[in-house]
Write a protein that binds this ligand. Structure first.
Ligand code: ATP
Length: 306
C-alpha cells in the first residue's frame, strides 16, 4: 500500500538505511516487496530446511566496484550447531548475515542451506527459515503483543505468550497496567535495552526458524541482564543452527566454532580452547577483554575516556 504514496527515491533511501542496520528487515521486505536488489529466479524452489546446515563456499563479495569486502570466505555451520564470528569493526561480520539473508548476491563462490544454493530458492521461504535477534531491536509504535506476534503472523495468543514466557519477559509484561496491550516504541513505553532484546528473542522464538542470527549488542547491558539474556539465547540456540556476531568474547567461549575475521578474511578458526592455544589474534583479543571486560570488540579503538 505504502508504495502508492511515497516517492520511490525516498523508499530507496529507507531501504538502504534499514537494510544496513539489519534491525527491521522482515517488515522492510513486507513493505518493499517490489524493491529488491535480488530477484527470485523463475524456477526458484521453496527452501525446506532439514537441519539447517549453512555453508559459505569460497565467497568473494563487494558492495561497490573496486572495493572488495569479503575474500574467499569459506566455512560451514553444521546443522544445529553454533558458530561465532569475531573481529574488529568493519571486518565484514554483519556482511555475512546480510548475504545469508540474500540482501545481495555473492560475486564469487556460493552460499547454501542444506546444500541448496540461496539463488535457487524463493526469498520468502529463505526469510522464513532465518530468525534474527538484532543489535538494536526496533519496536513498532504498537502494543507489546503486536511486537511479539510480528514474529509469526497468524500465531495464536497462547503461542505468543508462550514465546514471551520462554524469553523471560512475560512477568514483566503482566506487571504493566495494560499488560500485553501496552503501547511501546517511540511514542509508547520505552523499554530498556535488555527488555527490547527479550522482545526480539520472543519474536524469534515464535517464528521458530531453523537458523538463528544473533547480532550481539555492542553496548553492554549490565552484567546480570547480559548473563540472563545469554542463558535464554543458549536455550533457543540449542535446537538450531546459530550464527552469533559477537562483540564480547566471554559470551561465545562455548561455541562449536569461532571464526576470526580481519579485513574481510577469516584469519583464524577453531574452538575457544584451540584459539587460545594458537596464541594468535584471538588470544590477543581475549587477553585485552579480560583486562577490560566491558569494552566491546567492535567499538572503534578509541581514546574515549573511561
Ligand atoms: P561492526 O562490528 O562495526 O558492525 P562489521 O565487521 O560487521 O562491523 P560490516 O558491516 O560487515 O562490518 O562492513 C564491512 C565493510 O563493508 C566495511 O568497510 C563497511 O564500510 C562496508 N560496507 C558495509 N555496508 C556497506 C554498503 N551498503 N555499501 C558499501 N560498503 C559497505
Amino acid at each position: 500500500m505504502i508504495q502508492l504514496y511515497v516517492p520511490l527515491n525516498f523508499l530507496g533511501v529507507l531501504y538502504r538505511e534499514i537494510k544496513q542496520s539489519l534491525a527491521d528487515m522482515e517488515r522492510l521486505f513486507a513493505l518493499l516487496d517490489q524493491h529488491r536488489e535480488v530477484a527470485d529466479q523463475p524456477d526458484a524452489l521453496p527452501l525446506q530446511p532439514h537441519g539447517g546446515e549453512v555453508r559459505f563456499s569460497h565467497v568473494d563479495f563487494s558492495y561497490e566496484k573496486n572495493r572488495q569486502i569479503l575474500f574467499d570466505v569459506d566455512f560451514t555451520i553444521a546443522a544445529g550447531s553454533t558458530t561465532a564470528v569475531v573481529g574488529h569493526s568493519g571486518s565484514g561480520k554483519s556482511t555475512l548475515s546480510r548475504l545469508l539473508f540474500r540482501f545481495y548476491d555473492v560475486d564469487a563462490g556460493s552460499i547454501s542451506i542444506d546444500g541448496r544454493d540461496l539463488r535457487q530458492v524463493t526469498q520468502s521461504t529463505l526469510r522464513s527459515a532465518i530468525g534474527i535477534v538484532p543489535q538494536d531491536t526496533v519496536l513498532f509504535n504498537d502494543t507489546i503483543e503486536y511486537n511479539i506476534a510480528y514474529g509469526r503472523p497468524g500465531a495464536s495468543r497462547e503461542e505468543m505468550i508462550a514465546a514471551a514466557r520462554a524469553a523471560s519477559i512475560h512477568d514483566f509484561i503482566e506487571s504493566l497496567p495494560a499488560g500485553y496491550q501496552t503501547m511501546v516504541g517511540e511514542r509508547g513505553l520505552k523499554l530498556s535495552g535488555g527488555e527490547k532484546q527479550r522482545v526480539a528473542i520472543a519474536r524469534a522464538l515464535l517464528k521458530d526458524p531453523a537458523i538463528l542470527i544473533f547480532d550481539e549488542a555492542t553496548s553492554a547491558l549490565d552484567s546480570r541482564a547480559e548473563q540472563a539474556i545469554q542463558a535464554e539465547l543458549k536455550a533457543i540456540a540449542r535446537t538450531r543452527t546459530t550464527l552469533v556476531i559477537a562483540h564480547r568474547l566471554s559470551t561465545i567461549a562455548d561455541a562449536a566454532q569461532i571464526l576470526v575475521m580481519d579485513h574481510g578474511r577469516i584469519v583464524e578458526r577453531g574452538t575457544h580452547a584451540q584459539l587460545l592455544a594458537a596464541n594468535g589474534a584471538y588470544a590477543q583479543m581475549w587477553e585485552r577483554q579480560q583486562a577490560r571486560p566491558d569494552e566491546a570488540l567492535a567499538s572503534p579503538r578509541s581514546d574515549a575516556s573511561e
